[in-house]
Design a protein around this ligand. Structure first.
Ligand code: ZN
Length: 225
């Protein structure tokens, strides 16, 4: 199924499908669980538009490439161009939607790439590496520092996070990104994952929820191998 940005009520969002800009190690406890140092500056990487798939369709894990981990992340949809030096006010106006998505990561492949000092795209930017939920209007999120969310796998809580625990806040992250990669309407920024990342297994049932300030849940399953 082709990916389109959608609102949570099922209507299409009239924006093109663009790139994803992602941040690594943005929650201290997650950096620690993988034995990584917390970076001095935001650590960015990209996923192409071809990585996007709707979160409600079964997740297909690449076969024969080791563990594929879930990373549950707050995702922000950009509605206006952000480029160069931008203010926090411009950042807030440019975000039209907020939701949840998965930064799927081939962890064993990533480990090898890290050891070799190579880029991570093979582990993180493959087709279908970004199952993306529908979006809620950004104006429902008055405080970007208190967005709480969780991931249940087969009914058990695996990841629970709050944007208050981010090392780089959403506003600062978007300011920083705009100075490097122009953000265009339809781009998505994935804001990092809290601790609890683990391998997905065939037929796992996932439930991603926003808990505060808005409540919403997205359900999906991992396809049979
Ligand atoms: Zn991630």
């Amino acid at each position: 199924m082709t990916y389109k940005h959608q609102w949570q009520n099922g209507t299409d969002i009239n924006l093109p499908v663009g790139k994803l800009v992602c941040i690594g190690r943005n929650y201290a406890a997650h950096a620690k669980e993988l034995g990584n140092a917390v970076p001095d500056a935001p650590m960015l990487f990209l996923k192409p538009a071809t990585a996007l798939v709707p979160l409600h369709q079964p997740i297909h894990i690449p076969q024969g490439r080791g563990e594929c981990h879930h990373e549950t992340e707050i995702c922000v949809l950009i509605g206006q161009t952000l480029s160069g030096h931008v203010t926090k006010e411009q950042v807030r106006q440019a975000v039209v939607g907020i939701g949840l998505g998965l930064d799927l990561t081939l962890r064993d492949v990533q480990q090898q790439l890290k050891q070799q000092g190579h880029p991570w795209e093979v582990a993180k930017a493959f087709d279908s590496a970004a199952p993306m939920g529908t979006f809620l209007p950004a104006d429902k999120f008055t405080d970007w520092h208190a967005i709480e969310f969780e991931l249940l796998v087969n009914g058990q809580c695996r990841q629970a996070g709050c944007s208050a625990d981010m090392i780089t806040s959403i506003e600062v992250m978007l300011e920083f990104i705009a100075g490097i990669f122009t953000l265009q309407p339809g781009d998505i920024v994935m804001t990092g994952t809290p601790e609890g990342v683990a391998a997905l297994k065939p037929n796992d049932r996932l439930s991603l929820s926003l808990l505060s300030p808005v409540q919403a849940t997205w359900e999906c399953v991992v396809a049979d191998a």
